[in-house]
Write a protein that binds this ligand. Structure first.
Ligand code: GDD
Ligand code: MG
Length: 355
């Protein structure tokens, strides 16, 4: 089976991580995020994937070449972003399958444990135009809300509505009949969520929902990105691309964790990264050459390349851009993002243990 992978978004919500690297290429549990999607796609019977690229397009081919994780790869880029539907239509130029064949479409920021073969089976049994993977979330207003009838047919598609009618949402993995892709207008900006799905449904085409609520995560926010990496390291979602066994931490070659440092909760310690004695790092992502000094505490945070946390500093739910420095004694919490190269000087005020 062939697939199209949508990887053209700017990853705005993940800045500053995505200033230099597109979201799908961010190191996640030791490898580029997409490695997990490619390896899982291969395990589901996908043999060839066309990347629909736009933002920093050249970096994808440089990362994966023409074959990776058992899958043949092709790249089709948009000069201007064409939206999700326009990108699918544009990338279809590189497909080789026939008009009635199923084509898998994947959002490039999803970790999912669902059974893709079962989704394709439902699609074929129902002779559907499109079959969407649907899952349930607590807050459906941030996603495509997708009600279905008793027979599994999708009855509406409501993208990011403030008044969702169900907790069932679009999980960002579709099976399209090839001819339904070819029916999307060419060379135009089209949203598959706001235009293609609603118009297929209102025209009476068979659009099916494949409902499965196993492991599922959109890694599009800093909190979700850290959670995805942590879950992969801990083994909550098995990935054939993981460069090591699941466990409390993944230390890549060239990482240095001092005896007496506590590093756990699914933390990744990248190449050349250092955690000094007496430091505590929990559930975090330490990228290449980052540094956590003695007595510092880092929880649920991302340290980009070369970022440094000084002695005794505390980070909780924080993103440090490339080369950012948090001086000794600072305390950053709750979604703070520090842009690349910013240097927070040591705190002038010193607290004693009983303050
Ligand atoms: N090539 C290309 N061109 N890709 C694009 C473009 C474009 O113009 N715009 C977005 N993409 C890619 C992104 O890179 C991402 O992989 C995917 O399309 C979805 O875009 P997001 O920006 O991540 O959308 P979202 O998370 O807000 O919403 C989408 O995903 C949800 C599930 O996570 C929608 O499909 C929702 O309906 C869905 O619930
Ligand atoms: Mg997304």
């Amino acid at each position: 089976m062939e697939a199209i992978l949508l990887v053209g978004g700017q990853g705005t919500r993940l800045r500053p991580l995505t200033i230099s690297t597109p979201k799908p290429l961010l190191p996640t549990a030791g490898v580029a995020f997409l490695a997990h999607q490619l390896a899982r796609a291969h395990a589901s019977g996908v043999e060839r994937i066309v990347f629909a690229t736009s933002y920093r397009a050249e970096m994808f081919e440089a990362a994966f070449g023409d074959r990776a994780y058992g899958v043949d790869l092709a790249y089709v880029s948009e000069d201007e972003p064409l939206g999700t539907g326009g990108a699918i239509r544009n990338a279809a130029r590189a497909l080789t399958c026939g008009p009635d064949d199923p084509v898998l479409i994947l959002n490039g920021d999803i970790l999912s444990g669902h059974d893709v073969r079962a989704q394709v089976k439902l699609h074929e049994a129902a002779a559907a135009s499109v079959t969407l993977h649907l899952t349930e979330v607590d807050d459906p207003s941030r996603f495509g809300c997708v009600p279905t009838a008793g027979d599994g047919r999708v009855t509406a598609f409501l993208e990011k509505t403030p008044h969702p009618v169900t907790n069932q949402i679009n999980a960002g993995c579709y099976v399209f009949r090839r001819s339904a892709i070819d029916a999307i207008p060419e060379h135009e900006v089209v949203s598959v969520e706001r235009e293609t799905f609603p118009s297929l449904i209102s025209s009476g085409a068979v659009v099916m929902g494949y409902v499965e609520s196993g492991y599922w995560l959109d890694v599009g926010t800093p909190e979700a990105f850290v959670q995805g990496s942590r879950d992969l390291v801990l083994g909550a979602l098995a990935s054939p691309a993981m460069p090591g066994e699941p466990g409390e931490r993944l230390a890549l070659a060239g990482a240095r964790v001092a005896p007496g440092a506590v590093v756990r909760g699914g933390t990744t310690v990248g190449r050349g990264a250092v955690v000094e004695a007496g430091a505590t790092v929990i559930g975090s992502v330490l990228l290449e050459d980052s540094f956590v000094a003695e007595g510092a505490t880092v929880r649920d945070s991302v340290l980009s390349r070369g970022a440094r946390v000084g002695p005794g500093a505390v980070l909780d739910g924080v993103v440090l851009g490339d080369g950012a420095v948090v001086g000794p004694g600072n305390e950053l919490r709750c979604g703070v993002r520090v842009w690349p190269g910013i240097n927070l000087p040591p705190t002038a005020v010193r607290f004693s243990a009983d303050d």
